[in-house]
Write a protein that binds this ligand. Structure first.
Ligand SMILES: NC(=O)c1ccc[n+]([C@@H]2O[C@H](COP(=O)([O-])OP(=O)(O)OC[C@H]3O[C@@H](n4cnc5c(N)ncnc54)[C@H](O)[C@@H]3O)[C@@H](O)[C@H]2O)c1
Length: 326
């Protein structure tokens, strides 16, 4: 297939682009590099340095795209609470512009990066796709709006749409000379921050709250290896059906507390990770654990690296190769 990958210079989009190319697809990456890395671009993909709002320049009817995988977004939940307009404009308005271009060009299928943040404080655990959607931050709300637009687009215009709701994505993709991992600036994700502390690049790790109703008082999150997540996109492309909007959670169904994650980082790196407990962050649910039963039964998805140890080992291997880069 000829596929457009938006956000293909970012963490997850770069891994999926790599896997699509390896599976024999033709890939065009649309990424304006606002947070992505040029060196993460697959050398055998075409890169267009264009923003989402101008997607119609690339997605022309003549270009003959068979599908779009849409990763491009701003992703920091905390920042989305202090600069909400940036998130609405980029994540929602940008996605609507992309959907308009998809419709105008007659592209039949689209796979979208949704998020566990659409659920907010869960009313049931593990969280099924049917759970109440009540985001507690603007980031989650901007993603839920796109999910809803995709449902409408499937009904109204026959798009084959799939939303994949990721829980916490971790690990790195390492294959021969290819090393693709997580490098957000500023970094807001627990594992890469803990690795920075282990490497001596950051003084200490802040744990936001240790008075949650969990085994050790810190928040519980579900981690999924980026390579397992990426494989689910290839399965979703194959399962996308005209006129349907399918939604799948992607996580391992196992929760780990923040303190347990820090302990695994200490084990894997062999370095100390000093921790400072600070007050809870507004909008952080105590526990987010996925039920990915639907992805397993309908897509035939099976994670191959479900352990936190594997994810931290791969993330650490990637981190060490990029220590001296910005
Ligand atoms: N990382 C996670 O744990 C996680 C969890 C749930 C959902 N997600 C979703 O997965 C997707 C990818 O996340 P990531 O961690 O790879 O993020 P990332 O920041 O590494 O990558 C995002 C990419 O999108 C590009 N981009 C952003 N806005 C753009 C625009 N308007 N036009 C063109 N390019 C634009 C950036 O330059 C960057 O390369 C996002 O949609 C995110 O919401 C991520």
């Amino acid at each position: 297939m000829k596929l457009l990958v938006t956000g293909g210079a970012g963490f997850i989009g770069s891994v999926v682009a790599r896997m699509l190319l390896d599976a024999g697809h033709e890939v065009v990456v649309l990424d304006d590099l606002r947070t992505g890395h040029r060196e993460a671009l697959a050398p055998d993909a075409i890169h267009v340095e264009v923003g989402l709002h101008d997607a119609a320049r690339v997605l022309t009817p003549q270009a003959g795209f068979d599908g779009v995988l849409h990763f491009a977004a701003l992703i920091a939940a905390g920042e989305s609470m202090v600069a909400p307009e940036r998130y609405w404009h980029n994540n929602t308005v940008g996605s609507l512009a992309l959907i308009d271009a998809v419709r105008a060009a007659g592209v039949p299928r689209l796979v979208f990066s949704s998020t566990a943040a659409v659920y907010g404080n869960p009313t049931e655990l593990p969280i099924p796709e049917t759970a109440q959607k009540a985001p507690t931050n603007t980031y989650g709300a901007t993603k839920l709006a796109v999910d809803m637009a995709l449902t409408s687009e499937a009904i109204g215009h026959g798009l084959a749409a799939v939303s994949l709701r990721y829980f916490n994505v971790a690990g790195a993709y390492l294959d021969g000379d290819t090393a693709l991992g997580e490098r957000h600036a500023p970094e807001t994700h627990l594992i890469p921050i803990a690795l920075e502390v282990a490497a001596g690049r950051r003084e200490k790790l802040q744990l936001f709250g240790d008075d949650y109703p969990t085994v050790d008082g810190t928040c519980v999150r579900d981690y999924i290896h980026v390579a397992d997540l990426a494989r689910a996109h290839l399965l979703a492309l194959g399962a996308a059906t005209a006129g349907q909007h399918r939604v799948y959670n992607l996580g391992n169904g196992n929760g780990f507390t923040n303190r347990q994650v820090v302990e695994v980082v200490r084990e894997v790196t062999g370095h100390p990770v000093p921790v400072e407990v600070t007050p809870r962050r507004e909008g952080d649910p105590a526990e987010l654990v996925a039920s990915a039963a639907l992805a397993r039964t309908e897509l035939g998805w099976e994670p191959s690296k479900p352990t936190l140890h594997d994810m931290v080992t791969d993330a650490w291997a990637f981190y060490r190769t990029h220590l001296d880069r910005p």
